[in-house]
Ligand binder design. Sequence first.
Ligand code: SF4
Length: 463
Amino acid sequence: MISKPKTLKDNSPKVYIKTFGCQMNKLDTELSVGSLSKKGYSFADNENDADVILLNTCSVRDKAEHKVYSQLGSLRDQKGKNPKLILGVLGCMAQNEGDKIFKRMPHVDLVCGTRMFSKLPELLEEISGSNKRILAIDEDGEVNFDRIVTQRQNRYNAFVSIMRGCDNYCSYCIVPYVRGREFSRAVTDIADEVKKLADDGCKEVTLLGQNVNSYGKGLAGKVTLATLLRTLDPIKGIERIHFLTSHPKDMNKEILEAIGELSGVCEYLHMPAQSGSDKILKKMRRQYTSAHYRELIEMAKSIVPGIKVASDFIVGFPGETEEDFEDTVGLLKEIRCQNSFIFKYSPRTGTSAIELVDDVIEETKKSRNHTLLELQKKISSEENRKVHGKSVEVLVEGESKTSAVRLIGRTRQNQIVAFDQPEGINQADVSSSMPGSLVSIKITDSTDLTLFGDYEGILPLRK
Ligand code: SF4
């Protein structure tokens, strides 16, 4: 039975959680929704109807934190009009800024760090009806993996956390400081969660971690990402398994062979290169060379036919010359990523790269960013054109946001596919029966971001 906290018994408060940042944060929000629901909280659709407003924050750039401060500033009036409103800051920025948030924003009641999510219901209970302000940023706090499988945003796909934290300390990155040391979750816990998700109709899981390739470190026995994939692949109902993010220094043949052999594991790698220049990679403390990255891509293509790679790049890192940037352009031309996330370097307080002189001027950063984006766009368009005339397997996600008669889904390589609803089936039936199905789509057209095609029929489920 769900028990309500004593102070909330007669007045079930409504919580509104706004999430900033990455998939990991979205998953943390989902886990928090689960733990708060267990304690009897309900959820508001917007901040105006809420008794508790929680901002689950990102710290990856200074700009991300400024955005949260500005949002907190705009909530000052609401709190002034309703002093009972509880206002909390959760996650990475809470961990990073700590009580600076209280000093800058006196109307904030709770600052709850990345390792204290599991205590959220108790913390809110303590604040409710009192004038307490609580700072909860214990670095040794328990990591919350507990979820209510029925409470998730998408019915047919779900993120599953397999590890937390990061031990890599790339020089530009704040994550190890705000998410703590790397910690792998037990295989049995992960498998149990995936089985429960499958029983609830989930067809696709994405295993999440900052560096999933080093999964298993610290667990008893020989546990690796490859052995985890082999444990999860046979779970009935799960048609597709993805994982992200991969780190080139920990990627290996064993993982690639698992992708190649296991029918449920998708032929897609998100493996950030960050730069094509060895000098810059060294300054970034990435612990691999561009030659090693190229070798991994070659190995991936030979072991897993049809594999697609996505990457991240940072342009304008301190000391990046035109020649270094050309090395990055050369790498992207050679590996031909399906898509890339391209960022201009900006110094981040709290990282070791803050010590380096940020000597690439903004105009140059912008121009390199533009060059790389344009190159990626060209490669994506060319690669997508190669699929014209071919039939691809698509997991249908639902209606397209732009057209009520169009459906969207993704290929096993994470490409977005849009197609018109099959003729002869009425719209209500399509909306209820197609999402979650595997269908065959013959690709007829494309842009750099989307494949378009014709529906050919439903495909049998793998298991
Ligand atoms: S691997 Fe590097 S970039 Fe990724 S989270 Fe860890 S420190 Fe940050």
